[in-house]
Design a protein around this ligand. Structure first.
Ligand code: ATP
Ligand code: MG
Length: 392
């Protein structure tokens, strides 16, 4: 019976003159989500309302599922949209809507009519009363409850008339593409995919860099990261994934620097290389999955010394999350199962038994002097030989 979906949008960040930019991005993102669904949908914007209208046979459940992946949507309402053929016809349609939506006629309800078009002969109050009375006459087992109704029945008089009673929650956030771009350091772990997802939720387009260290890290470990990128991109849209061969740099650091500083120095180079790709892609920030105190490289002092090499802001959306809180998001967005597959990570090879937890930046910089001979060249090579994988 449903012949349209009403898409309610969440927060509008750029109010006033720029509001249309947000709405247009939402329409475009909802449209591309629905393009992957069975059947033909058109997403349109009409006086502050966004609709998805099916053409011919369409799978509404699949469409709702797709829209649940689009940031910026607060709620999805399956509705019956009808032409205005006078009050009698509307009343019939409202009763038909109730009949087909609810098998058991044993609930309390309240009608929320809204006359957005002022030339309709009945005003909102009159519509509430008339429609309420007609419903009770047709279904005498129903009851009106104006304070805590089990069913809220919305009837909106616009060019057409919208009838709906269910608001399926969307993800909230802002449409991707309305807030610039950032470069995610994506590992195979639990945290970084969550960090990327959370940033995309605020409307940021996300590209990613992965550091692998063949032969110490395997093709399967890389495939796992590609799979994670694909899962995040179901929400964030097309993504560029740069796969950087980090082996030579890692070996060189291992050879030349104190082993307890290995992780920090390595992470400083990861940030530098990620920043290179960020600039190349015209991104304005980096994103990591770091969380205070999770491991030795994530103490305050360690975070400060990795941060020190960056000129761009570094976003760490899970910085104050407990592990379980990060896991909960990973489960919700479907990355957890992939993240827990046991493959080696380049951060865990060559790792010192007792890494420094309070690195001293001057000391680290001093150790890095040992790399002067070859590191620039290695940096160039790592950047030039990086593999670009386009996630659609
Ligand atoms: P994650 O679960 O995201 O792997 P983690 O708890 O394993 O995080 P670390 O290994 O210390 O923590 O990494 C911290 C952050 O550094 C990661 O969240 C990620 O953003 C980045 N990072 C670590 N390893 C890599 C890698 N091989 N490629 C790209 N980024 C990485
Ligand atoms: Mg990791």
């Amino acid at each position: 019976m449903y012949n349209a979906l009403l898409i309610k949008y969440a927060e509008i960040g750029l109010k006033g003159k720029n509001r249309y930019l947000f709405e247009d991005a939402l329409v475009a993102n909802a449209q591309s989500a629905l393009d992957k669904v069975d059947g033909d949908f058109t997403v349109t914007k009409e006086s502050g309302r966004v609709y998805a209208l099916p053409k011919g046979e369409c799978d509404m459940d699949e469409a709702i599922e797709a829209l649940k992946h689009v940031f910026g949507i607060a709620g999805i309402c399956p509705m019956l949209q009808v032409e205005d053929n006078g009050y009698e016809d509307l009343s019939e349609n409202v009763c038909k809507f109730i009949d087909e939506t609810y098998d058991k006629k044993d609930f309390t309800f309240k009608v929320f009519a809204r006359r957005a078009r002022k030339n309709y002969p009945l005003n909102s109050m009159e519509l509430n009363q008339e429609l309420g009375a007609d419903i009770l006459e047709k279904f005498p087992t129903l009851k009106v409850d104006v304070h805590e109704p089990e069913v809220e029945l919305y009837v909106e008089i616009r060019e057409q008339i919208n009838i709906y009673s269910k608001i399926i929650p969307g993800l909230g956030g802002m449409p991707v593409g309305t807030a610039g771009k950032a470069m995610l350091l994506l590992s195979g772990g639990i945290d970084s995919p969550v960090a990327g997802w959370m940033t995309a939720k605020r409307g940021v387009q996300v590209d990613a860099v992965y550091f692998h260290a063949p032969p110490y890290t395997s093709e399967r470990a890389k495939q796992k990261v590609v799979d994670l990128a694909k899962q995040v991109s179901k929400y964030s849209g097309p993504m560029k994934l740069y796969v950087v061969n980090f082996t030579d740099i890692q070996m060189y650091i291992y050879e030349k620097c104190p082993h307890d500083e290995l992780t920090i120095i390595m992470r400083r180079y990861m940030m530098k290389i990620a920043e290179h790709f960020a600039k190349q892609e015209e991104a304005d920030a980096l994103i990591t999955g770091e969380s205070i105190g999770q491991v030795a490289s994530q103490t305050m002092k360690s975070l400060a010394s990795t941060n020190e090499v960056c000129t761009m802001p570094v976003f760490r959306p899970v910085i104050a999350f407990d592990k379980q809180e990060i896991v909960d998001v990973a489960l919700k967005i479907g990355t957890y199962e992939t993240s827990i597959q046991p493959f080696e990570d380049c951060c865990t090879i060559f790792v010192a038994k007792h890494p420094v937890t309070k690195p001293n930046i001057n000391k680290i910089k001093n150790s890095e002097k040992n790399l002067e001979e070859k590191i620039d060249e290695m940096f160039e090579t790592a950047v030039e030989t990086a593999e670009l994988i386009e996630i659609k």
